[in-house]
Ligand binder design. Sequence first.
Ligand code: CA
Length: 551
Amino acid sequence: MSVNYGSIFNTRVTPQSQPIPGAGQTANSAGGFAWRVDDWTQLERFLILGSEGGTFYVSEQKLTVENAQAAVRCIQADGLRVVAQVADVSQNGKAAKNDPALFVLALATGLGDVETRRAALAALPAVARTGTHLFHFLEYVKGVRGWGRLLRNGVTAWYNGMEPGRLAYQAVKYQQRDGWSHRDALRLAKPVPASAQHDAIFGWIAKGWEDIGSDLPTDESLRLLWVYERARRATSEDEIRGLIREHRLTWEFVPSEWLGSSDVWAELLPNLPLGALLRNLGRMSANGLLVAGKPEVEAVAARLRDGEAIRRARVHPLAVLVAMKTYASGQGVRGSLKWERASAITNALDEAFYLAFENVEPTGKRVMLALDVSGSMGGPDIAGMPGISPRIASAALALVTMRTEQQVIVTGFTAGGGSPLMHGNRPGWGVTGISVLDLSPRQRLDDVVKRIDGLPFGATDCALPMLYALEKGLEVDAFVVYTDSETWAGSIHPSQALAQYRERTGIPARLVVVGMTSNGFSIADPKDPGMLDVVGMSTATPQVISQFIRG
Ligand code: CA
């Protein structure tokens, strides 16, 4: 035999540096071949993960353009479905950040057909829930359309449809962001006030109050404006504490000069919303309020363990993860604040992370969770969350499934063979590039994160989990691979390795690909109903994985 044609053109064993013949694969950003996900999957990835910071391979700008183009194609194909999806992700708090949802809503408002544009603006109050959201939307929408009647009506409805007490809060809290203010928005929308209260709030937005008088306004919805104006003029800490006690002045309206005081925070703490609580743990520890043994520590820990409240406040697991990492570091991002940790808070943060996900049903199946720990997974922070790389996020996410399943093993993989990083001094890693990680569901998340963070980086071969299971004779009903699908280093494609696994073991194993970046690739064969793409770090991700594995 002079030429081994079969080794050159083979649909069953194809190196990842080449496409599987006839399977419709496309080159990924790492020079390997994978499938392009469909536009709807890409839209979902974008809504959940955004494009902030780009990926290891792709700049933020290029990634944003790719995602926007996919979103526009979806809007052209079925604009109403896009609006419904945006509203679902945003209202249910599935994403850590709301900006991608606002951006896609703006695209639908500018580029959809009439029906879509109407639906997009009807969804505006539900998706743009705060003043800042509204300003971001207005900035995005500027890029795709002008201020026609439809947009004016939509913005008018945002203001007039809001109950006055809530509107006053929005007006005071988010006065201006990113070059937009309520004054600008009202000037462009020209709403006729829906009520006397709306009229008074619009007046405050336009001109402020010169004379605030000494008495609370009788109209409840206007009280906040008065309390805010008083706080601005306060000259002593006692005065501020009095306003907090008597008039429920909230932390965001306390002028920053008083926010260094632990006495002020002691007054604020009982009514501090959960999101603000998470962001200010370090500050309250540094100023001496949250010190181990104090009753405040127990009160905070109790609130972090209140699953009901966590879900109601739409606290995202990524926000908890960021808080956990910051708190564990013992110092603020800028290094100006330093604190001692209290273990009651560390433990409660650990619990809060799991509580922030939707409830997951155990599958009862044999599951292998496989974490891609290759170089690219250490890339830019996921969803723009500071300090949270895709590999850290995937470890956290895997732990959620680990805690629900009985028969589960966790592996970490990078590429075997060719990677110089993987040779030599690490037994168990050097030869195959994959090993079982000795993680326990009882371990605390911050320990797991530290462990994953410390693993060596290498090349990428997403076929390794299936090959490893074959080699070791493991019985696996479902492989869950957490990856960016930038696979390139293997001698066989992941889908082919799965086919081999099914063939040789007789187990109709399923493959779930958990996409940890908003790039357009997947190792899952779209024609194989036994493979599924899910988006990493949605609050619903563990639940979707469990549903698919159960079948
Ligand atoms: Ca990689």
